[in-house]
Each structure stands twice: as C-alpha cells, then as structure tokens.
Design a protein around this ligand. Structure first.
Ligand SMILES: CC(C)(COP(=O)(O)OP(=O)(O)OC[C@H]1O[C@@H](n2cnc3c(N)ncnc32)[C@H](O)[C@@H]1OP(=O)(O)O)[C@@H](O)C(=O)NCCC(=O)NCCS
Length: 377
C-alpha cells in the first residue's frame, strides 16, 4: 500500500499475526493495538477504562465460533523485521458474524493522534471495506466514541433516531461521514459512582421487591452460569438482540443457545475477567424472567461494566429490571468492594432503561454512536 507523497510518516499495512500467547515474539501486533487503544480512548475520555488490553484482543481473536474476526495493523515503514509495539501506528478490526446477521460487516479503525491526517486511517479503512464487500456483506457498521454530548446546533450531528448527538467536527464523525456512513443511533454512556447511597438503594430495593411479589425470586451467579440454566440464559441474550432499540441499524435476531453461553463465559474468564449475573426466576413456571450482568477485569478492581439487562416481555411491569440491578449492585458491593465506578451504555431513546439508571444515580459521561452504510443488493 503506497502512502501519499505529502506524508511525513510512511507505513505499511499488514495482517496482525495471531500469537499463541502474549509471551510469543509474534505478540508485538496485539501489544501495539492495545497501546493505540489506550492512547485513543484516553484522548477521548481522559482515562483508559474502556481500552481493550492485549489479553482482551488475544482472547477475542481466539474466539471465532460465531463471528469471523480479522485484524490489521499499519506499521512504521522503517520498523525492524519483527516490529515493536510502538511501531504500530494504527489498526483495523473486522467482524463478520457467521451464525446470524451474515449480511453485516463491522469495521473499526484507530490511529495514534501523532500519526493522523496523512491518509493512514483511509488506507486501513479501504483495506477493511474491500474485505467486507468481497465477503458479500451488504450492510457495513462502525462506531465512534465521544467524551460529552454537544448542545444542539451547527456543532452537533443528530442521530437519525432523533435522540442523541455527536460533535460534528470531531475526527471520528468527520472521517466516517466522509466515507458515506449515516449516524443512525447514539447511546448514552453513563457512570455510576460507588457506593450508592444506602438509603436510596434501600428504597429502590423495597419498592422493587414489593412490585415483584412472591412469584419471583432472585439467583446470583459469579464467574459461571449453571449448565442447567444456560439454555434459559441463552433465551435472554437472544431477546436482547431483538428487544433493545437499534434505530434503523440492520441488526437482526442473534440466537443464543446453551453452548454459546458457555463460550461467552469461557472467553470472559480466559481473558482474566469476571462476571456477576443476577436473574429473576418466575417461581411457578421456573422461567428466567429477567437478568442483569456485570463484567470486569479482575486485575483492575476500580471499575466494572454494566452489561446486558433485560426483562422478558411477558414479565414486564413488575419492576424486575430494577430488582435484578439492585441485587446485582448489592452483590458487587460484597464480592468486589474496591469497585469505584460502573460504566454503562443505553440507547438515548430507551426511556425505560435510562429511567432505571437515572434513579440509581448514573450520570451522563459521553456517547457511543452507531453508523451504517449500505453497499448494494
Ligand atoms: C478517524 C481516524 C481513524 C482518522 O485517522 P487518519 O489517519 O487521520 O485518517 P486519514 O488521514 O485517512 O483521514 C483524515 C480525515 O479524517 C478526518 N479527521 C481526522 N482528524 C481530524 C481532526 N483532528 N479534525 C477534523 N477532522 C479530522 C478528516 O475528515 C480528515 O480529512 P482531512 O485531513 O482531509 O481533513 C482517527 O482520527 C482516529 O483514530 N479517531 C478515533 C477513532 C475513530 O473515531 N475511528 C473512526 C471510526 S471506527
């Protein structure tokens, strides 16, 4: 790939080698990608909680059962034959779902701030789009992250859902808009500072327990999902893929079964993360009616991620969403007391979920934008 003539940095794009472990000489690429992740997310947010580490990248690439993944790096042209992590100037991640959503191709590019506006991002992007289109993917999806939502006006781009904005002149939106992608949806990134005021939590817990009544009980699982419950948890994940609002993004049903839940647990544990899941069981039928999940790196105890929360349609209206969230928070306080903050993301138009999070004390901390482009048939 030849760089533009006005460029001050020259580079080459190559597929990242997949090392057997992070001790392998081939691990330079994943180490370099992790450095770029840390630089770019710190630039956007001022902290690196959201950056994938090298072990996350390795575990993610090891797991190819449901999605084919590929990674490329742009490496400084004068790098040694086995480049060093610092020679990685930018990277491209591709995801091609294979068990569902086979019309979709996802791509993501990051470039170190010091190497920008020389065509490197475009070189990686074009590499990625070609692979996705050649593979027959007709809907291309990407995302941008933002540190704060701008006020309405000329400096802001509105999502096509009508809810949520991103800064129009930030590098990511400028770049992907020029590549022909439409801003479909914005999710609000929120942070909950811990500990939550015990009086507030007691009040929310009491109301939720009362509304749920005697037909529901909660169960809590740490770092595992019991094998005899995996099929039911798979149903909750499947419903997540259809029930959470996605605007006009062409995400279709993504079926999960017991085996896939096991793969998900193994991947989390394999990269040194933990999980804490609270479910609400409808006792008369044994149905798992609701769940809420925290995931977190075990060696970085200051933060956790609030992952999926869902109540099955036929069990809504009993405050089960609040119930599973409050119980999961109670359990986190006991099992991982060093946690200082929780990150979560919700569609700006998802009023019910946002209302629960606001009641719990989550405050806005930025945005995550979903962009889509259709490329034919
Ligand atoms: C978006 C990004 C990948 C661009 O990388 P790059 O190497 O600068 O890309 P290119 O040089 O090929 O293209 C630069 C274009 O991006 C946009 N851009 C990049 N930096 C910008 C900045 N500081 N201000 C405004 N626009 C910017 C402009 O459209 C620019 O074109 P121009 O230089 O002709 O004005 C890089 O800024 C980045 O890593 N951003 C954070 C991650 C991200 O948002 N990725 C995109 C979605 S996955």
């Amino acid at each position: 790939m030849s760089p533009p003539t006005e460029s001050t940095t020259t580079w080459r794009v190559l597929e990242a080698p997949h090392p057997p472990s992070l001790d392998s000489p081939d691990a330079w690429a994943y180490q370099g990608i992790a450095q770029v992740e840390a630089e770019v997310t710190t630039e956007i947010h001022g902290y690196d909680d959201l950056a994938d580490e090298a072990r996350d990248i390795l575990a993610g690439m090891d797991s190819q059962q449901y999605t084919t993944k590929q990674r490329f790096v742009a490496v400084r042209a004068d790098a040694p034959e086995t480049p060093r992590p610092q020679d990685v100037l930018g990277h491209l991640a591709l995801a091609l779902p294979t068990s569902s959503n086979t019309h979709l191709g996802e791509l993501s590019v990051q470039v170190r701030p010091a190497a920008r506006r020389q065509g490197l991002g475009t070189a990686l992007w074009e590499t990625g789009e070609k692979i996705l289109v050649d593979a027959g993917r007709t809907v291309l999806f990407t995302d941008t992250q933002h540190g704060a939502e701008p006020p309405p006006g000329p400096g802001a781009l509105e999502a096509r859902t009508g809810a949520g904005r991103v800064p129009a002149d930030a590098p990511g939106p400028r770049f992907v808009a020029r590549k022909g992608y439409a801003l479909e949806q914005v999710e609000r990134h929120s942070i909950l500072a811990l500990p939550v005021d015990p009086t507030l939590l007691d009040g929310l817990r009491t109301r939720a327990v009362q509304a749920a009544g005697p037909d529901y009980r909660t169960l809590v699982w740490e770092d595992d999902v019991p094998p005899d419950r995996r099929e039911q948890v798979g149903t909750l994940f499947t419903r997540m893929s259809t029930d959470a609002p996605v605007g006009d993004i062409d995400f279709r049903e993504d079926p999960w079964d017991a085996q896939r839940v096991g793969v998900w647990v193994d991947e989390l544990l394999g990269k040194g993360h933990g999980l804490l899941m609270t479910v609400a069981e409808h006792v008369p039928t044994g149905t798992l009616a609701a769940f809420s999940v925290f995931a977190y790196p075990k060696d970085r105890p200051a933060f956790a991620f609030q992952e999926d929360t869902l109540v099955l349609r036929e069990h809504r209206g009993y405050r089960l969403g609040m119930l599973v969230k409050v119980v999961n928070l109670d359990e986190l306080a006991v099992r991982r007391p060093a946690t200082e903050r929780i990150h979560t993301w919700n569609a700006e138009e998802n009023d019910h979920m946002l209302a629960i999070n606001i009641d719990l004390g989550f405050t806005p901390a930025g945005g995550y934008a979903g962009w889509q482009k259709r490329v034919g048939a």
